[in-house]
Design a protein around this ligand. Structure first.
Ligand code: NAP
Length: 241
């Protein structure tokens, strides 16, 4: 069977992407780090909609753990593979650079950039052998324009964009596409605590986006119809640049 794996599938955008890809017929692998209850809820929601899902918890920022967990899963599923990978796991740890601690830098870069590297490298071989795959990386408006207070986050997301463009050129000939979605403000736990009332006055469509709207875009990029799109960054931000 051909599975879809979503890192950070327990909450927010990742949960909506799990539901969307399950609707498209993919059995889901739901990765998360710490929040087992939220991951269980994503799994139940997928199943209530008639889909299939398994939980696959590991810390994407830990190369050894990611490799061990993915290898164990692949060994236990000799006839299955991961055909769609959504690198969505991410954290923010905002601070002006002058006050930024090493831990804030590393947690953000390790999760977004190293996480992409560890998980994608492990799953690439099957996609190349099967001559079909979809890799969709969740970056951010912050990685395109840079945002003050987010030097760590902007750096990690910009690097993810560069890595995606390079990888797309390495593997396009095998029908494996690599694309990036770059959301603006999306209503999830990550933006709780922000001043939504003030921020939405800056957004041309006048509101935060919904996780389901990002999931629809990811679903399209995962589909056969998107076969000729690769190395692309698609913004989904209500017109905010
Ligand atoms: P969220 O609601 O905070 O969810 C974050 C998800 O990432 C959770 O499932 C979390 O798992 C998982 N995660 C965090 N660190 C992880 C790790 N080391 N290993 C595995 N999983 C990990 O965030 P969100 O808003 O949905 O964000 C999803 C992605 O969109 C992120 O990459 C974020 O940077 C990006 N994004 C978000 C926005 C926005 O406005 N919300 C805008 C632009 C880009 P646990 O539940 O186990 O903690």
């Amino acid at each position: 069977m051909k599975y879809a794996l979503v890192t950070g599938g327990s909450r927010g955008i990742g949960r909506a992407v799990c539901l969307r890809l399950a609707e498209m017929g993919y059995p889901m692998l739901i990765n998360y780090h710490a929040n087992a209850a939220a991951a269980e809820l994503t799994k139940s929601l997928v199943e209530e909609n008639g889909g299939r899902a398994e939980l696959l918890p590991f810390n994407v920022a830990d190369g050894k753990e990611a490799d061990l967990r993915l290898t164990a899963w692949l060994e236990n599923h000799p006839d299955d593979s991961v055909a769609v990978l959504v690198n969505n796991a991410g954290v923010s740890a905002d601070s002006l650079m002058i006050f930024m601690q090493n831990g804030q830098w590393h947690s953000v870069v390790d999760t977004t950039l190293n996480g992409f590297f560890y998980v994608t490298r492990r799953l690439l071989k099957d996609m190349l052998t099967n001559r079909w795959g979809r890799i969709i990386n969740v970056a951010s408006l912050s990685g395109l324009k840079g945002l003050p207070g987010q030097v760590n986050y902007s750096a990690a997301k910009a690097a993810l964009i560069g890595a995606s463009k390079a990888l797309a050129q390495e593997i396009g000939a095998r029908n494996v596409t690599v694309n990036v979605v770059a959301p603006g403000f999306i209503a999830t736990d990550m933006v709780k605590g922000l001043d939504e009332k003030t921020l939405k006055t800056m957004i041309p469509v006048g509101r935060f986006g919904k996780p389901e709207e990002v999931a629809d875009l990811v679903g399209f990029l995962a589909s056969e119809k998107a076969a000729y799109i690769t190395g692309e960054v698609i913004s989904i931000n209500g017109g905010l640049f």
